[in-house]
Design a protein. Structure first.
Length: 469
């Protein structure tokens, strides 16, 4: 839009910001975008909210009571703001998009509310708040302008050395009955392929070797433009063609994507898993349920046997493929037989890991109006049974890898802090045997032999000839 992010906000120097982030990888990446914009506007990132002059709460609305969590946070932050005159407080993300002006009315301490389509306006909203003006931006923006942001500020440290998220599309047109995302993120909009490739090239020049492509239905990238015969005009391609273009970028060794929708795995994407060198041997395949009746009630547009057929085709293309998934238990009307169908699909697909949740109604979704709610204690029993099955499958998959070699991209200290940890191409956490210090630093790639398996991670030893890259 021709704005200078350095001059647009007119912010005073020497001030710092802190961002609290809730939710998915898209939210994490949105927080990175906000941090970058604020750095260009003269703010310094502060690791502690207590020391910051500006605090932004970046919200998620996927789970039940997300608004209550935000409102509790904002109530507590009144004291934070009062402790230092001139502090500023903003709310961004999906709850901001949903509640909008209601947040400003209910919480006088909030200086601005920024929805999911308007991140690029944060510096201007901060500048307005510095002048005592509260502001709101939650309008839906169907243009691609929201994707065009400045390159990473040189003074802003990467939270993930060697790795980066890249937004390729936003929004969702699927309208699953349980999901609020089409309301909070809007309709599908895809970036131009050239813009994505340019961003990935710039990341590679800065030492990034792994990129994760992000979108609410990421493998739907470009589909509307292709269907309407305007892909050339909009600069988009098919998703598999985009992956091939990124595979050709020098320096990029690993490509991942999340979250796809099962119905958008076409022949070209399946073939890409067998043919593209840098496309990781891992697919996160959110199936949500194994019951055809529940899938229909969820409006998922596929059935259990279609998932099985897709899994078979993916594994034919890439036999060593690791599959993970998302699952919901306790959906309205889910019977014991429906739940057993989910367990059966988990076994048949051989998921190496899953993210499983009890259903929680979201206001404004069709499922929130469905009858036959599952009793909370029954849903809890099902969740525990599902997770027990998954732990057994995960452990079996991990044990099968003991004795093999893999390459680990080091992320930092392990969760316990006593070892180095990273992920391999299959997206498995690998903890490196031996102390965390000294050792290969974040962003290093090391050859590792797997020596032990747990239900949560693999344990590896540096191979004798391993040289961090």
């Amino acid at each position: 839009m021709g704005m200078s992010y350095e001059t647009q906000a007119g912010l005073e120097g020497g001030r710092s910001f802190h961002i609290r982030t809730y939710g998915c990888q898209m939210n994490v990446h949105d927080s990175e975008k906000i941090a970058n914009l604020l750095a260009h506007a003269g703010f310094a990132e502060n690791p502690e909210d207590e020391d910051a002059d500006l605090l932004i709460v970046n919200t998620c609305s996927i789970r039940e009571k997300a608004e209550h969590r935000l409102y509790t946070d904002l109530g507590r932050l009144r004291a934070w703001k009062e402790r230092r005159p001139g502090r500023l407080l903003g709310v961004a993300g999906c709850v901001a998009q949903q509640e909008g002006d209601g947040i400003l009315r209910r919480f006088p301490t909030v200086d601005f509310v920024c929805g999911t389509h308007n991140l690029r306006w944060v510096p201007a909203m901060v500048a307005a708040a510095e002048q005592g003006r509260r502001s709101l931006r939650t309008e839906e923006d169907p243009s691609r302008a929201r994707f065009e942001l400045p390159e990473r500020h040189p003074g802003l440290a990467s939270p993930t050395p060697g790795r980066a998220f890249v937004t390729v599309m936003e929004g969702c047109d699927m309208f699953c009955s349980f999901c609020i995302v089409p309301t909070t993120r809007g309709r599908e909009v895809s970036r131009s392929a050239a813009s994505i490739v340019d961003e990935v090239r710039a990341l590679a020049d800065r030492g990034v070797v792994e990129v994760t492509l992000l979108g609410q239905t990421v493998n739907a990238y470009g589909r509307h433009d292709l269907r309407r015969g305007r892909a050339d005009d909009q600069g988009t391609t098919g998703f598999a063609d985009l992956l091939a273009a990124l595979d050709a970028v020098p320096g990029i060794e690993r490509i991942r994507y999340t979250s796809p929708h099962p119905i958008f795995f076409d022949d070209a994407l399946i073939d890409a898993h067998g043919g593209l060198t840098s496309l990781c041997p891992h697919v996160h395949l959110p199936v949500q349920s194994g019951s055809d009746a529940v899938l229909e009630a969820m409006r998922r547009r596929y059935r259990g046997d279609e998932v099985r057929a897709l899994v078979e085709r993916l594994r034919t293309a890439r036999p060593d493929l690791a599959l993970t998934t998302d699952l919901i238990v306790g959906f309205p009307g889910e019977s014991d037989a429906d739940f057993e169908a989910t367990l059966e699909l988990v076994r048949d697909a051989g998921f190496v890991d899953s993210y499983s949740f009890k259903y929680s109604p979201r206001p404004g979704t069709r499922a929130a109006e469905l009858p036959e709610a599952v009793a909370p204690e029954r849903a809890q029993e099902r969740l525990e049974a599902l997770q027990e099955l998954q732990r057994a499958q995960t452990l079996a998959a991990h044990r099968a890898r003991v004795g093999s070699e893999t390459e680990v991209l080091v992320e930092g200290a392990s969760r316990r802090g006593d070892q180095r940890s990273g992920r391999d191409p299959y997206h498995r956490v690998v903890n490196l045997a031996g102390p965390a210090e000294p050792g290969p630093g974040p962003g290093a790639r090391v050859a590792v032999q797997i020596v032990e398996a747990t239900p949560h991670s693999l344990i590896g030893e540096l191979s004798p000839a391993a040289v961090p890259r």
